[in-house]
Design a protein around this ligand. Structure first.
Ligand code: PLP
Length: 390
């Protein structure tokens, strides 16, 4: 990564680790076989895909590598879980199961899938969260009924980093025979995942959030859970069609292996994040930290600066070579409060002036110090600019 850039937006995307590039290169050059081909060149690609499946299975805590389905991204994994799960249950129940429960704080990948289900005649319901950004198992349990086909609740929120009680959520769903999906795109590689032990049925991850390339993801599908495919074809045991993206799958596998080995270093990241958080709260008047303090990812912090527009702050920091986010990357550019902060009941005066800082592979003490040097001045400067000039 360029020396001059301070990258504090690892929840948006991450740099691809050199070890991952190295693992991928042979499959972009001489090992170009189709894993579906019977001859040796194809079978070498097959072997690489199956090795990656084992590596992903280990990271998510699957009981067996066959529970991993490769996809093109986290959004596709969420779509396959939600649309595929709901459609399958609907069909098996002869239309009786036609309701899906989710939450008000999900990523657009999930929210758009829910909208699609609604257009296809399903009813949907979004459970709220507390002021800390956490969804409780009790709130979800109260929303379940006899028509519920599937529940989808994210593991870690992409804006606040709040970590949901997925094991308890999975338990209330399992009790009633309802499929439970969790979007673990933000938590994979940052905290230990135990899909099998937690009792979740479906769990989505994405390569580019854990130092693999963009355009590859995976879905954990508990043994015995059937999905109606969203991309048809014979690959991935009829669960996801399309010739496998071998190089990217190999990269995802290697990244999962590295992330698994690195989980022990999460504490170092947490210490760095805490330093950044404490520094901002001490140095920037009117700064407020959002989201749960006790149940959250170790790598990110979320702030509100009263009376400021977060987008202006992002631009001001960019001019100093610092990459941060004022909300989810996909909606950057819109000066509306995020739906997550709205669900948490954050006042619009604060919600519009929000900033997400997320650390990851390659983050250093010097990055944090640079931000702590630049941010207070940037906030002060922006506060002096008359609103009519912004
Ligand atoms: N879910 C969450 C929580 C995310 O943060 C993201 C990406 O920002 C996605 C899903 C979508 O992942 P992808 O970009 O791989 O489609």
């Amino acid at each position: 990564m360029s020396q001059s850039i301070v990258y504090l937006d690892h929840n948006a995307t991450t740099p691809v680790r050199p070890e991952v590039v190295e693992a991928m290169l042979p499959y972009l050059t001489e090992q170009y076989g189709n894993p579906g081909s019977p001859y040796a060149l194809g079978q070498r690609a097959r072997k690489a895909v199956e090795r990656a499946r084992e590596q992903v299975a280990a990271l998510v805590g699957a009981a067996d590598p066959s529970e991993i389905v490769f996809t093109s991204c986290g959004s596709e994994s969420d779509s396959l879980a939600i649309l595929g799960g709901a459609w399958q249950r609907h069909e098996e129940s002869k239309g009786k199961l036609n309701r899906v429960i989710s939450t008000r704080i999900e990523h657009d990948a999930v929210r758009e899938a829910l909208k699609l289900l609604k257009r296809r005649g399903f009813s949907t319901h979004e459970v709220g969260c507390g002021a800390d950004g956490l969804v409780t198992a009790q709130a979800v349990a109260e929303a379940l009924d006899d028509a519920t086909a599937l529940v989808s609740v994210m593991h870690a929120n992409n804006e606040t980093g709040a970590l949901m009680p997925v094991q308890a959520l999975a338990a209330v769903c399992r009790e009633r025979g309802i499929l439970f999906h969790t979007d673990a795109v933000q938590s994979a590689g940052k905290v230990k995942l135990e899909a099998h032990a937690w009792g979740v049925d479906l769990l989505a991850i994405s390569g580019h959030k854990l130092n693999a390339p963009k355009g590859v993801g995976a879905l954990y599908v508990r043994k015995g859970v059937r999905l109606s495919p969203t991309v048809t074809g014979k690959q991935e045991k009829n669960r996801r069609g399309g010739t496998e993206n071998v190089a990217s799958i190999v990269g995802l596998g290697r990244a999962c292996e590295l992330a698994q080995a690195n989980l022990g270093h999460a504490e170092e990241l947490r210490v760095l994040r805490d330093k950044l958080e404490a520094g901002i709260l001490a140095k920037v008047p009117g700064a407020r930290a959002n989201g749960s303090r006790s149940s959250r990812l170790p790598n990110c912090a979320h702030f509100s600066f009263e009376g400021l527009d977060g987008h202006h702050l992002v631009v001001a920091l960019d001019l100093e070579g610092i990459c941060v986010s004022s909300g989810p990357a996909c909606s950057t550019g819109a000066s509306t409060p995020s739906h997550v902060l709205e669900a948490m009941g954050v006042d619009a005066r604060f919600a519009l002036g929000s900033l997400r800082l997320s650390l990851g592979y390659g983050s250093t003490e010097a990055d944090v110090e640079r931000l702590l040097e630049v941010l207070p001045k940037a906030v002060e400067k922006l506060r002096k600019v008359p609103a009519s000039l912004l």
